[in-house]
Design a protein around this ligand. Structure first.
Ligand SMILES: [Zn+2]
Length: 278
């Protein structure tokens, strides 16, 4: 049997009522009450609470207290999970609590999807959401890019920026999806321009990472290839010893093997010598 939340019209006690009955006796005040009336009273008091919570949430949000605002948006969503304004507000506020270490743009995008869905695709809301998502994505992208540029030499910086960029791209894609291009051509082109910039910056980062790699390869003053110069004498001694070994093989009659050994190690020695003098 389905029970519905109700409120006793007589004493205000919270009740769970069987919808298929017309009247019940309140367990608190022993009054016989109408089930329909009790359920209506409850939903009426809920919508009153939602109005109150919305006011509190908006006040907190405007005052910059995002966590407080999220608390009230959550209260609303607990009793009405289809409240578009609460989803929208939660999306904006959760994004505002985002830091580079704790990216919340993914959450913001999924809350925004709910806001759009439960607004029944309201055109004004779609437009508003598109620009909210667009500015979220671009702000995060630029912050991440500046961070990546500053800490380029730290391992993993590029990968982290790449990861964050992919979240931004998701937000931008959704923004573009929401933007009605026919009516808001300017705004849509702004988004698309940002979209293009996103890719060009990614390419820029690749070039920077490449130049960093080149800088990291050993300096020719101290190294030959990857080999430190102080090891060179040992290498020459090895080349000379093996070449002499080749000569010894020729002397013992292993002419072919001997010449191959001399060519290989003698030639190798000459190559290294040549490279080290460049
Ligand atoms: Zn009662």
């Amino acid at each position: 049997m389905e029970l519905k939340a109700g409120k006793c019209p007589n004493c205000g006690g919270e009740l769970h009522l069987p919808e298929n009955k017309n009247s019940v006796t309140c367990m608190y005040c022993d009054t016989v009450i109408s089930v329909r009336e009790a359920i209506d009273k409850k939903s009426h008091s809920l919508s009153g609470s939602i109005e109150t919570w919305l006011v509190l949430a908006r006040t907190a949000k405007n005052g910059g207290d995002n966590l407080e605002a999220i608390k009230y948006f959550n209260k609303i969503l607990e009793v009405d999970s289809t409240n578009s304004e609460a989803w929208y507000g939660k999306a904006v506020c959760i994004y505002s609590t985002s830091t580079l270490l704790s990216i919340k743009i993914n959450e913001a995008v999924s809350y925004m999807r709910n806001a759009v869905k439960y607004s029944n695709n309201d055109i004004a809301l779609r437009k508003k959401a598109a620009f909210e998502l667009y500015s979220m994505a671009m702000t995060l992208y630029n912050t991440s890019w500046n961070h990546a540029f500053q800490y380029m030499s730290v391992d993993g910086t590029g990968a982290e920026h790449g990861q964050r960029s992919s979240y931004c791209l998701e937000a931008l894609k959704f923004a573009i999806e929401l933007d009605d291009k026919k009516e808001y051509v300017d705004e849509a082109s702004k988004i698309l321009k940002a979209y293009g910039r996103f890719y060009s910056n990614s390419a820029e980062l690749k070039i920077l990472l490449e130049s960093k790699k080149n800088k990291l390869s050993p300096d020719s003053d101290t190294h030959v290839g990857a080999l430190p110069r102080e090891y060179l004498p040992f290498l020459y001694i090895l080349f000379i010893l093996f070449s002499l070994g080749g000569l010894w093989e020729v002397y013992k009659g292993e002419v072919v093997m001997g010449f191959i050994t001399i060519l290989f190690f003698g030639g190798g020695g000459l190559l290294v010598y040549n490279k080290s003098n460049k």
